[in-house]
Each structure stands twice: as structure tokens, then as C-alpha cells.
Design a protein around this ligand. Structure first.
Ligand SMILES: Nc1ncnc2c1ncn2[C@@H]1O[C@H](COP(=O)(O)OP(=O)(O)OP(=O)(O)O)[C@@H](O)[C@H]1O
Length: 260
């Protein structure tokens, strides 16, 4: 399993740079969180890493190989993305949605063997009870668990998660992040909840206005001064049985926001 390296990444749309100068490195098996205000470029970075967008500058290397040089099949065997908003209009059951994740792992010719990976993935995502339910009738949180199962069924080296907990109840939020930590995957996860990020990420990357403004170990990065600057919120950071971020209210003013 190779290291994930993002080097000097930039992407342009509608005549403006949406992200630029983005560098990050995720070691095999580590969980790195990306945090930042709305519109700061987090989803764009995940899409660039997944090879869904072509960078204006820079590159993404997985184990030293440029992800854009990989065939779509090879990319799907190595990288799985759970999108923030992902729907399908097709009338599929949850099991059929998860089976889509096996596409790149099936033999190209001949009948596929019975594939236990779909059941395993459904169980890991606590979605086995949903297997025969219609995708279209599921709640947001149920759909989110099935999407995670689809990504797990890919058996990827790199797991990219875009706000994977935003529809989940608290037990499933904690369960998902514990699961992610237990996987043998290199994981990059976008989170809005700084306390969940504190509890579950080895490293953090903070984005603001399309740039990385801080990165490093979670304990180093989560400093109230930086959080006030970037998020315009007053916080305190506690080292209790785990690292915790508590918010106290909006900041009076923020130099970074006021400048923007
Ligand atoms: N195809 C596009 N054309 C024009 N602008 C775009 C396009 N895609 C993204 N953007 C803009 O780029 C900026 C960054 O978007 P992105 O979705 O990466 O942010 P984000 O940090 O993930 O935000 P959020 O926390 O709200 O999900 C936003 O201002 C968005 O409107």
C-alpha cells in the first residue's frame, strides 16, 4: 500500500482558481481529516485526488504513480470515494448499490464467483439489515451507510470520505469513525465537526479560500487561535480522556474573514 502525495494541486473553474498550492501527504494506514469553512475547496481536493477532475497544475501520486495515468478500472481498485451528495434514480436495492462497488474487481469475462465481499461490506457499515430495501425509500443516514458499504466493497487502498457523518445519528457517527480507524486503508475524510475530527484523525489539514492554511498532527493543528481565524468561532481545546474541541460562540471579529 503506497503513500498518497498531493503536490502543488490547483483547479480552476468559471475563470477563478478554486484551489491552489495544495500539498499534502497521507502515510499508509493513517487517517487525515480535511476541515475548513464552506466553499474552502475540500470537496474539490477529494475530487481531484479521485481523478474526477483534471488539475490545472500539480499532481496526485499513489505509491509514486500518477493517479491520472491509471486506467479507470485500476483507479477503482485503489481509490474509493464516498460523496457528500450521491444519488441514483435507478430502482436498486441496497445490496445492488453495494455490488456496484465490486465492478472493477469482477473478472472481465465469464460468470463471477459468488462474492462474499458485498455481505462483508454491508455488515461492516451496519447496513446488513437494509440489504433488500429499496435505495430510493431509505433515509439520508441509511443511504449514507449503504454508500460507505459500496466504498468498502471496492476494497480500496485509499478511502476518500466527504462529510460521511452528516446524516448519521451519534452512535453511527462514532461507529463509522471507529470503523475507519480499524481499516487497513489510507483515509482522507472531510469533516465539519471539529470535535469528531479531534477524536478520530491522526493528522489534520485546514483549508481556507482554496489553500491549505495549516497541517500537521491533530493535537498541533487544533489551536483556538487558528480556529478563531479560520472559522470565526471561539473554542477551547481540552486534553481529557481524548482530545476535545468545545465551541463557546462566534468570534467578535476575525482578521481572515474581515479581509475576505
Ligand atoms: N464546477 C464549478 N464551477 C464553478 N465553481 C465551482 C465549481 N465547483 C466548485 N465550485 C466552487 O468552488 C468553491 C469550493 O467548492 P467545494 O465544494 O470544493 O467547497 P467545500 O469546502 O467542499 O464546501 P462545503 O463545506 O460547503 O461542502 C465553492 O465556492 C464552489 O462554489
Amino acid at each position: 500500500m503506497g503513500v498518497l502525495q498531493v503536490q502543488d494541486l490547483a483547479w480552476r473553474a468559471a475563470g477563478r482558481l478554486i484551489v491552489s498550492g495544495v500539498d499534502l501527504t497521507v502515510a499508509p494506514g493513517r487517517v487525515t481529516g480535511i476541515v475548513g469553512p464552506n466553499g474552502s475547496g475540500k470537496t474539490t481536493v477529494l475530487h481531484l485526488i479521485a481523478g474526477l477532475r483534471i488539475p490545472a497544475r500539480g499532481r496526485v501520486l499513489l505509491g509514486g504513480e500518477d493517479v491520472l495515468a491509471l486506467s479507470p478500472r485500476e483507479r477503482a481498485r485503489r481509490i474509493a470515494l464516498v460523496e457528500q451528495k450521491a444519488g441514483t434514480n435507478l430502482d436498486l436495492t441496497a445490496r445492488e448499490v453495494v455490488a456496484l462497488g465490486r465492478h472493477a474487481r469482477r473478472p472481465r469475462w465469464g460468470r463471477p464467483d459468488r462474492d462474499d465481499a458485498v455481505d462483508r461490506a454491508l455488515q461492516m457499515a451496519d447496513a446488513a439489515g437494509l440489504a433488500d430495501r429499496s435505495w430510493a425509500t431509505m433515509s439520508g443516514g441509511e443511504q449514507q451507510r449503504v454508500h460507505l458499504a459500496r466504498a468498502l466493497a471496492q476494497e480500496p487502498q485509499v478511502l476518500l470520505l466527504d462529510e460521511p457523518t452528516n446524516h448519521l445519528d451519534l452512535a453511527h457517527q462514532i461507529g463509522l469513525l471507529q470503523l475507519v480507524r480499524s481499516l487497513d486503508c489510507t483515509t482522507l475524510v472531510v469533516l465539519h465537526d471539529l470535535d469528531l475530527a479531534a477524536a478520530s484523525c491522526d493528522e489534520l489539514v485546514v483549508m481556507d479560500a482554496g489553500r491549505v492554511v495549516a497541517s500537521g498532527s491533530t493535537a498541533e493543528v487544533l489551536a483556538p487561535g487558528l480556529l478563531e481565524d479560520v472559522f470565526a468561532v471561539r473554542t477551547s481545546v481540552r486534553h481529557e480522556e481524548r482530545l476535545r474541541v468545545l465551541w463557546h460562540g462566534l468570534a467578535e471579529s476575525s482578521p481572515r474573514r474581515d479581509a475576505g
